[in-house]
Write a protein that binds this ligand. Sequence first.
Ligand SMILES: Nc1ncnc2c1ncn2[C@@H]1O[C@H](COP(=O)(O)OP(=O)(O)OP(=O)(O)O)[C@@H](O)[C@H]1O
Ligand SMILES: [Mg+2]
Length: 550
Amino acid sequence: MSGQTGNIPILVMREGSGRSGGKDAQRNNIMAARTIAEAVKSSLGPKGMDKMLVDSSGDVIITSDGRTILDKMDIEHPAAKMMVEVAKTQDAEVGDGTTTAVILAGELLGKAEELINKGVHPTVIVEGYNKAADRALETLENIAIRVKPSGKEFLKKVAATSMASKLVSENKEQLAQIAVEAVLSVARKVGEDYLVDLDDIMVEKKPGESMSETKLIEGLVLDKEVVHSGMPKRVEKAKIALLVSALEIKKTEFDTKINIERPEQMDSFLREEEGMLKAMVEKLVASGANVVICQKGIDDMVQHFLARKGVLAVQRVKESDMKKLAMATSGKPVTNLEGLSKSDLGFAELVEERKMGDDKMTFIEGCKNPRSVSILIRGSDKRFLEEAERSVHDALCVVRDVVQAPKIVAGGGAPEMEVARALRAYAETLPGREQLAVRSFGEAMEIVPLTLGENAGLDPVDLLLELRTRHEKGEKWAGVDVFEGKIKDMRELGVYEPLAVKKQTIKSATEATTMILRVDDVIASGRTKAPRMPPGGMPGGGYGGMPPEY
Ligand SMILES: Nc1ncnc2c1ncn2[C@@H]1O[C@H](COP(=O)(O)OP(=O)(O)OP(=O)(O)O)[C@@H](O)[C@H]1O
Ligand SMILES: [Mg+2]
C-alpha cells in the first residue's frame, strides 16, 4: 500500500499488504457473505436437509443447525466470518433461528447489490434498511399473540416447532413435553415476570435404548459410577459431602527421600500413611455423611475404608456439576476436610447407581431444592445423540424465550410475509431512493417462505404470488404447509415460534448487512500464505479480489 508525493512513492504499510477499494471491495464482500447464506439455505425448515461435516481429525457431525454448520466450516474471508457471527449472536440471544438469520442477511445483501448496481449509494441503503428494520420489528410486535408464560399448551407447540426441522422430529411431542416441564421447574418468579437460567438444567446423553426412553429426572444425573464394588449402590436419605480436593495424601512438590534401614521402619511408615487416610474417613463419617462426591480422585485405601463404613462415593466429577450439586442439595463444597461440618452436607432422598446400557450412572433424586432437574437423552447412535442434544438445547431455549417474554407468532414464513406487506405500504410513504431500500428489505423478507417452499419442492413463483394475495386479503397467518405443499393458516397446524426469535433474526441480519455495506475499503496486512476462498469460490481470489501484484 503506498501514496505518492511528486515522483517519490511513500510506503505506509509493509510489503505484501493488500488493499481493494470501492465497488470491488463491496462486491466481493457481498459475494463472500452470500456464499455462506447459500450454504445453509437447503437446511431450513422441516423439509430441509442435514449436513455432514467432517473436521480435520476425521470426526463426523450430522446436523441441520445453522450455527453448528457454520462453526465447523473453516471460514477465512472476513465478510464471510461476519455471517458466522450472525449465527452466533442469534444463538446466544435466543437459541434458535440461526439459519433464518443467515439466509435473511444473505438476501438483504443480494438486494443491496442490485441497488448499488442501479446507482444507489450504500449509505442510502443502510439508512433505508435501518428504517425498514425498525418498522419490521414494530409490525411483528403488533401481530404477536400474547400467551400465559406458564401455559403449557403453547409452550409445547413452540418447542415442537423448533424440533420439527431436526433429526429428532419423530419424537418432537415427547421431547417438547420434557423441555416444557424442565424449563417450568427451574423458572423463578421475579415480580410479574419469570426468569429462567438454562444452566440450572442438566442435560446428559447416554448411548443405548431408543430416543423414546429419553426422560426428565427430578434431580441430577452424573455420568459416573460408584468407585468401589464393596460400597452400597443405593443410599436413601442421603447426606452428601461435596469435596473439591482429592481424598489422598498430598504429594510434596519437591522430591523427598526416606531412608529405610529395617523392615519395621517400612511397616511403621505404611501404618502412618494408613492412619492418615483412615483419619480422613473418620472425619467424613463423623460429619454424618453417607455419600461422598469428590471433584478429584479418591485414594484406593480411602475407597476401601469408605466401603467398610457403608458410604457411597463418586469421584472425578466435573466442576460445573459440583456447582449444580451444591445448588440442588443445598450442600457446601469444601476444600479442606478439617473444616467439614454437619451443616456443609447436602441432602437428597435417594442416591443410586443404575445401569444404563453398558455403563453405570449415578442418580441423585428428591433433592432439597426441587428446582433441580436433568434431561437424560437416550439413542442408539453417538452422532444422533449429539444432534439430539443440540435440538433439545434449541427447544429449551425457545421455551425459555416465551416464558421470559410471553409473546409468540405463527411460523412457516407467515410473519415474514406480513412484514413484507407492511414494508410495501411503508415504502410508499417515503421519498425517492430510501423508498427503494425499504421495498428491497421487504422483498428480502420473502426469502424465508420461499426457501421453506423450495426445500419442500414447491414452485417459488406460484407460492409467492398466492402468499402475497392472501396476506393482502388480511390472512396474516397464511404460511407454507411444507407437508401438504399448500398455503395454510399456520395456527391450524400449531406451528408457533417465540416473537423474540423472529425479532432477533431481523436484528442480527440487519446489523451484519449494514456493517458489510459500510465497508468500501479492505486493507489486509501481508501474509505468508494466500488467503483461502470461501466455499463456492470467489472471482478474483483472496480478500476483495485484489489484483495479483498485491
Ligand atoms: N410444520 C411446519 N410447517 C412449515 N414451516 C415450519 C414448520 N415447522 C417449522 N417451520 C418453519 O421452519 C423454520 C425454522 O427452520 P429451522 O429450524 O431449520 O431453522 P432456524 O430455526 O432458522 O435455524 P436453527 O434451528 O438451525 O437455529 C421457521 O421459519 C419455522 O416457522
Ligand atoms: Mg430452528
